[in-house]
Ligand binder design. Structure first.
Ligand code: MF3
Ligand code: CO
Ligand code: CO
Length: 267
């Protein structure tokens, strides 16, 4: 396993990429309303990243082994779509929930973050899923400090979500990130405390749990990208990019519009 550790200068560069990533989400949030299409959101994001930020949308033409090049600049996963939803011309409607996942490359460094948005007025069940998934991501982030292990993160997320009656998607995980979009290590969102790699300062990775109301099983759609829940139950995801510091963690994907940190973090 080769985990690249980032220097202080590397982290400073990733802080900039992370802020730009989060600012794209801030900008898009104002446009998420009934009637807007995810393709319109994609164009807004693409133009902002390329022409305002002078940066690169990492998803566009991204082609890991076994995949066809990803055709858009962001991922938009609606309702029972788990992740990697491809923006299209279907308007969002009142009550939909949508995950928008943005990855920006600035000066060669990546920032990767996603948020849930409720379109118009959501049901209690939909809002609860989005809220619990946000807290689950933070239960994982809270574990990040030197000496902790990756299994501690996965365990915290899994137990929290399962205690709420939800299930954790296992086929996709968080990942190391830096000059590459996806690096080692994998960050599983389930697991056992005290297992797997020990965290050391300078590690940078994402935490991005995908949580389903129903069963954890998923399937891939014919487009080769979009992942949906097998039972068509609602699914949610949040994602931050974090660095392990000497004393704990720093979230890199922050901007003026970043949602408030849960009370169990701030005390
Ligand atoms: N942003 C996703 C992640 O969090 C990856 C999307 S790959 C893409 O890892 F090609 F679909 F953009
Ligand atoms: Co990611
Ligand atoms: Co992402």
């Amino acid at each position: 396993m080769t985990i690249t550790l980032k220097s202080a200068a590397d982290v400073a560069a990733m802080r900039i990429a992370g802020r730009l990533t989060s600012e794209v989400l801030d900008m898009l949030g104002a446009h998420v309303k009934p009637g807007v299409t995810t393709e319109q959101l994609d164009k807004l994001a693409h133009d902002h990243i390329v022409h305002v930020q002078n940066a690169i949308p990492a998803p566009l033409n991204y082609a890991p082994p076994g995949y066809t090049p990803y055709p858009k600049s962001i991922c938009t996963s609606v309702n029972h779509q788990v992740c990697h939803g491809i923006p299209n011309d279907k308007p969002l409607k009142n009550g939909d929930i949508v995950n928008i996942d943005v990855t920006v490359i600035k000066d060669g460094w990546h920032g990767d973050s996603s948020r849930m948005f409720v379109v118009g007025e959501g049901s209690i069940a939909a809002k609860r899923l989005c809220h619990i998934t946000y807290e689950a991501m933070w239960k994982g982030i809270q574990k990040v400090k030197p000496g902790a292990r990756l299994g501690d993160i996965g365990h915290a997320i899994q137990t929290f979500a399962e205690n709420q009656g939800y299930s954790i998607v296992r086929e996709f995980c968080g990942h190391g990130i830096g000059q590459k979009f996806h690096e080692e290590p994998q960050i599983l969102h389930y697991g056992r405390p005290g297992t797997l790699e020990e965290l050391v300062p300078g590690m940078v990775f994402t935490i991005e749990p995908m949580i389903n109301v129903g069963r954890r099983e998923i399937k891939e759609m014919g487009d080769g990208w979009t992942i949906v829940t097998k039972d068509r139950s609602l699914s949610a995801q949040w994602e931050h990019t974090v660095v392990v510091t000497d004393t704990g963690y720093e979230v890199l994907t922050v901007s003026d519009g970043t949602p408030a940190v849960p009370a169990f973090i701030t005390g």
